[in-house]
Design a protein around this ligand. Structure first.
Ligand code: COA
Length: 340
């Protein structure tokens, strides 16, 4: 029996922090509104909006270096990359190949996952399937975002732009054989594309690229169509339904109960969503890890950043039963239950 074991993990965020008060200087918002609605106090943005150094692939690279170090591996030991992001460096190709080059890996496979807030959970499910089928031994799974380049910091975008932050997390998932600690025990993934328009960025997109138009027209920019659109209330209502469903499904599939859990790490979408789910399952504070207060919602990066911090702080130890769950744009949602 091959086990899928997290051999290493790391995270990286740009140095520059942006507080709620900083945002209040740029748009009509305030610390009280943001804190009360989302729990967020600050987030990291790369310093210069036009900074071509701190790209999504670069943040992923910095997180990967740390994950490799913890795993005691080098880039040459990695035989597959899975990169989850909704904010890639280029429209195409994806960030996976850019990371392959930055790390100096061999000409290994590099897959990009476009499942937004659920991206990391989806990426882990693919990595687990590859490991269990004996296709690869060491897979680098990355979630990274640079949101700050693509948000509307005018009043029109305030309902979205206060929520999101930049950052990256990376995991080395390795094949292990025989008895020992560490394995992925259950996973489930879901989607409901009829709600695609409730949380999306439409441009540039081929749906709008009819023959006499370019990929982007100036009016798409002036009409703010290049920025993310989110029906916040609608997303919230679906999230608080889907989180419990996917969590219960994962626990049941592994023959576990919520009492068996050592740690629950939800996608850091909104502290109020996480608290609702915690209450619903009666989980004590020490069994739920949140860090949205410091990072905002970093989409595909939020779970690996949180897991990396929880491990670094000693809140998740080898052998612990950990559940990671996400919900987001698509809509997509899912969970991975694992022994660390
Ligand atoms: N600062 C101050 N006021 C703001 C604001 C901001 N940053 N953003 C919006 N507002 C205003 C609105 O304009 C509105 O004003 P009005 O009543 O005069 O029209 C008011 O605040 C309430 O807006 P609303 O959107 O109804 O607030 P809300 O209570 O639903 O909270 C979210 C908004 C986005 C925080 C909330 O819906 C949410 O968290 N949804 C889930 C989103 C999520 O998790 N997304 C991540 C994807 S997984």
């Amino acid at each position: 029996m091959i086990r899928s074991r997290i051999a290493g993990i790391g995270h990286y965020v740009p140095e520059h922090t942006v507080t709620n008060d900083d945002l209040a200087k740029r748009m009509s918002t305030n610390d009280e509104w943001i804190t009360e609605r989302t729990g967020i106090k600050e987030r990291h943005h790369r310093k210069n909006r036009n900074d071509s150094e701190e790209t999504t692939a670069f943040l992923g690279f910095k997180a990967s270096e740390k994950a490799l170090e913890m795993a005691g591996l080098t880039a040459k030991d990695i035989d597959y990359i899975i990169f989850a992001t909704l904010s890639p460096d280029y429209y195409f190709p994806g960030c996976g190949v850019l990371l392959q080059e930055m790390l100096g890996c061999d000409t290994i496979g590099a897959l990009d996952v476009r499942n937004q807030c659920s991206g990391f959970v989806y990426a882990m499910s693919v990595a687990n399937a590859f490991i269990k089928s004996n296709a690869y031994k060491n897979i680098l799974v990355v979630g990274a975002e640079v949101h700050s380049f693509g948000l509307d910091f005018s009043d029109a975008g305030r309902g979205v732009s206060v929520i999101f932050g930049d950052g990256a997390g990376a995991v080395v998932l390795s094949a292990a054989e025989g008895e020992g600690k560490g394995d992925i025990l259950a996973m489930n993934m879901h989607s409901e594309g009829k709600y695609a328009d409730e949380l999306c960025t439409k441009f540039p997109g081929s749906k709008y690229g009819w023959s006499d138009r370019m990929r982007l027209e100036p009016e798409n920019v002036t009409d703010a169509e290049v920025y993310p659109h989110m029906n916040g209330n609608f997303v919230f209502k679906h999230a608080v339904t889907r989180f419990p469903e996917t969590m219960e499904e994962a626990l049941k599939a592994a023959g576990k109960t919520v009492e068996d859990l050592d740690m629950f790490i939800p996608h850091q979408a909104n502290l109020r969503i996480a608290q609702f789910v915690q209450q619903r399952f009666g989980l004590p504070d020490e069994k739920v890890f949140n860090n949205i207060q410091k990072y905002g919602n970093t989409t595909a990066a939020s779970i690996p950043i949180a897991l990396s911090e929880a491990i670094a702080e000693g809140k998740v130890k080898r052998g612990d039963l950990v559940l990671i769950s996400a919900f987001g744009s698509g809509f997509t949602w899912g969970s991975v239950l694992f022994e660390f």
